[in-house]
Structures are given as C-alpha cells and as structure tokens.
Design a protein around this ligand. Structure first.
Ligand code: NAG
Ligand code: NAG
Ligand code: NAG
Ligand code: NAG
Ligand code: NAG
Length: 360
C-alpha cells in the first residue's frame, strides 16, 4: 500500500482524522446492488446515482436475449456475473459525504476466484477493482473517489456516412470472425467516410457494439439505455474510506437503507407494463425471457426506433427513476453518524416479497 501512495502522481492535501476535507466535501445519494451477506458499506465497490444505477437494472432485462444468442460473445461475462444472476440480492441506498476532487473510475466486481476483467486470480468472496483508465492505470488514485459518466463509458457513435460505408463493405461479415479483417482492409475507404476509431466497435467483441441499422436489437438497446439514463458511477476504495483512524480520507457514509432487490425489479416491471399495456397484452402471461415481452419492455422504455437507430424516445425517465428510488421511501434510514468502521452485514433471512428493510 505504501508504495502505491508514494507512486501516486497526484499529491493531494487530505484532511486528517477520519473526516472528509470540509473545503471539498459534498453530499451524494447513490445506490448499489449486492449480495445480502456482504457489507452495505461500499468498500472497494461501485455505486451509481439513481439514473446511473438504473442503467444496470434496465440492461439486465436484455440478458435473456443476449445470453440465448450464440453470436453474442462480447459481454458473455454478464451472463455469468453473480451480481446479476443470483437470487436474493439486496439494494442499498447510501447518503455519502465525499471529497469532490474525483479520480478516474474503477470497475469493481465480486470475485469468484478470477478477476472478471483481468482474468487474474483474486480472493473469492471479496471485491476487486480495476482502473478503467487502461492507458494510464495511475489515473485511479485510490485515496480519492472514482467517478465516470455512463455516457462516456457506453455511448459511442460514428457518423451516418460512416455507418453506411460499414454496412456496405463489411455488413455481410459483421457477425463473423472476418469482421475485423474487413475493417482493416477497407481502412482507407472508412477513413474517407469520416469513420473514427470508434468504427472498430462495428465488429462485436471489440468495445461496446455500435448501433447501426443492421445491428441486433439488443446491441442497439444496450447502448440506447445509456443514452436514456445517462447518470454517474462512483468507485469508493478502502484507501479513501473514513474509518476511526487518523488516516486521511475521501468518503464516509452518512446514512443507508437496504431493501430486497426483487422489490425494485417488480416495481419497475409494473411501471413499464402499465405504460406500454397495449404492447404487453400481445405477449400473454408475463414472461421476462420471451422476445415478445423484452421487445415491449424496451419499445416502451426507449421508443419504437431504438432497436435499429440511435433515436431514443419512450416513457419519461423520471417515471423509471421514481420506481427505483420510490422503493426505498417507506424505509427508515440507518444513521451512520456514530458507527465504527466495522462492516455491517445483512442477514439473509429469505424474505423476498416486500420492500422490507433488512435487519443488520
Ligand atoms: C454469501 O453467500 C453465498 C451463497 O449464498 C456464498 O457463496 C458466499 O461465499 C457468501 N459470501 C460471504 C462473503 O459470506
Ligand atoms: C484519416 O487518416 C488521416 C491520416 O492517417 C488522419 O489524420 C485522419 O484523422 C483520419 N480521419 C479520421 C476521420 O479518422
Ligand atoms: C428499423 O426498423 C423499422 C421497424 O421498426 C423498419 O421499418 C425500418 O426499416 C428499420 N430501419 C432500417 C434503416 O433498417
Ligand atoms: C418464456 O420464454 C422463453 C423464451 O421464449 C421460453 O423458452 C420459455 O419456455 C417461456 N416460459 C414460459 C413459462 O412460458
Ligand atoms: C482525476 C484524474 O486522474 N483524471 C484522469 C482520468 O483519465 C484521463 C485520461 O483518460 C486523464 O486525462 C485524467 O487526468
């Protein structure tokens, strides 16, 4: 740890004794979905503001289509991500005080033995954080809070002229292993068609798939969810946590509320089904794995053109974030004012039906 502190390029003057420097302190409300038996204090975890975390929740509704498609090889890790697939997850709403001098964002994930990004071994049951600034991993100063916009991470685009050329010259091999070779061979033409480096994402497997008119519906929806929600993500590292030692720090928990994640999902599903009832009626009984249901879901949320273009309309974002944040509103806060740095852990008592606060 010492060596990282010494190596750090940023020399920031940090306030002493378990407090965020009042000159830079700001309050944020963030959310995190996690296993019921891990701490609701997001040490070495990622959180998002309401729209930022809504991105993840909405994106999950694509999984039945993505994971059923044999050509879907980019994000296969999400089909296995235990934070998405396991039952009995909880969601925590946190009021944080943070130092507003943010650093680059890190992807923090639950370790199942192998780091899902680096594929290096990690201690199962802990969280591992990887700096998302691949060009300069030192851009993540773990004494500070990492921040990223959902748009920067997920919304990539090229000009319409570039898309047309991509479809013309490489459309026929788009979902094959020859796609990158095709782009390389037509580099000059693509360059003349105003294609930027983002055009490489036309081939699935290289960055987040571009949304062109010949894209899979789920690839366009995936990127368009980010266009719809936007929002922010944060990473809060152990090194910056305000515990009861004298260590300088950059974040502390003021209050928290934890509820069953199922409750949020149900509220969200009901909100979207209400809004798009005419479409959903055609699908029969609710089946969140059926292409009909998933199609109605995203047509309602993102509008009818979002499956093959970057034109996003659909229901008001506020109705969606209200379904998310409203799930917490009946719950009392747990104040963290006098709390020690000990982990809070949520007992998994198997209750999943209501939006009940999990006892600590
Ligand atoms: C939490 O519970 C799961 C099983 O439900 C188990 O695999 C995991 O190791 C537990 N994690 C911790 C930190 O206890
Ligand atoms: C096309 O290539 C030239 C020379 O390599 C480069 O300067 C220019 O930025 C490229 N144009 C685009 C749109 O990438
Ligand atoms: C996009 O999909 C719509 C149907 O929703 C279709 O009418 C339209 O032709 C498609 N656009 C393109 C450019 O393929
Ligand atoms: C739900 O839809 C999926 C995909 O079409 C299908 O495989 C499954 O059998 C359906 N489940 C029910 C209960 O109808
Ligand atoms: C605060 C900080 O370290 N920001 C860095 C994040 O990464 C970019 C490059 O991707 C740097 O330019 C920033 O300085």
């Amino acid at each position: 740890m010492l060596s990282m502190w010494q190596l750090s390029l940023l020399l920031v003057s940090l306030a002493a004794a378990g407090e965020v420097d009042p000159k830079h302190a700001t309050k944020i409300k963030v959310y995190h979905v996690h296993a019921a038996n891990v701490s609701n204090i997001p040490i070495d975890m990622d959180t998002g503001d309401a729209p930022g975390d809504l991105f993840f929740l909405l994106d999950e509704f694509l999984l039945p289509l993505q994971c059923a498609d044999p050509t879907y090889f980019y994000d296969k890790f999400e089909c296995l991500n235990p934070e998405h697939r396991s039952k009995g997850l909880v969601a925590t709403e946190l009021e944080l005080e943070v130092d507003a001098r943010f650093t680059n964002y890190s992807g923090c994930n639950f370790c199942t033995g192998t780091d899902p990004f680096t594929h290096k071994p990690c201690e199962a049951g802990t969280y591992v954080c990887d700096c998302m600034n691949f060009l300069n991993p030192k851009g993540c100063d773990r004494r500070l809070v990492g921040m990223e916009t959902v748009v920067k991470e997920f919304v990539h685009d090229v000009t319409d002229q570039c898309k047309e050329t991509l479809e013309d010259v490489c459309g026929h091999v788009r979902y094959s292993k020859w796609c990158p070779l095709c782009l390389a061979r037509h580099q000059k033409l693509l360059n003349q068609s105003t294609c930027s480096a983002e055009a490489t994402a036309y081939c699935p497997g290289i960055g987040f798939p571009l949304c062109a008119s010949d894209s899979k519906n789920f690839d366009c929806w995936h990127m368009n969810i980010a266009r719809k929600t936007q929002g922010l993500w944060f990473s809060t590292f152990r090194e910056g946590y305000c515990d009861d030692t004298e260590k300088p720090c950059s974040w502390k928990v003021l209050a928290s509320r934890t509820i069953q994640e199922d409750c949020i999902k149900t509220r969200l599903v009901e909100t979207v089904e209400d809004e798009g009832s005419r479409c959903f009626e055609q699908c029969g009984t609710r089946n969140q794995s059926s292409p009909c249901w998933v199609g109605c879901f995203f047509t309602t949320v993102l509008g009818p053109e979002a499956h093959n273009s970057t034109r996003v309309t659909g229901m008001p974002l506020e109705k969606l974030t209200d379904a998310w944040t409203g799930s917490f509103q009946a719950q009392p806060h747990v104040s963290h004012t006098h709390m020690s740095h000990e982990f809070l852990s949520c007992r998994d008592d198997g209750q999943t039906s209501k939006c009940e606060i999990k006892p600590h």
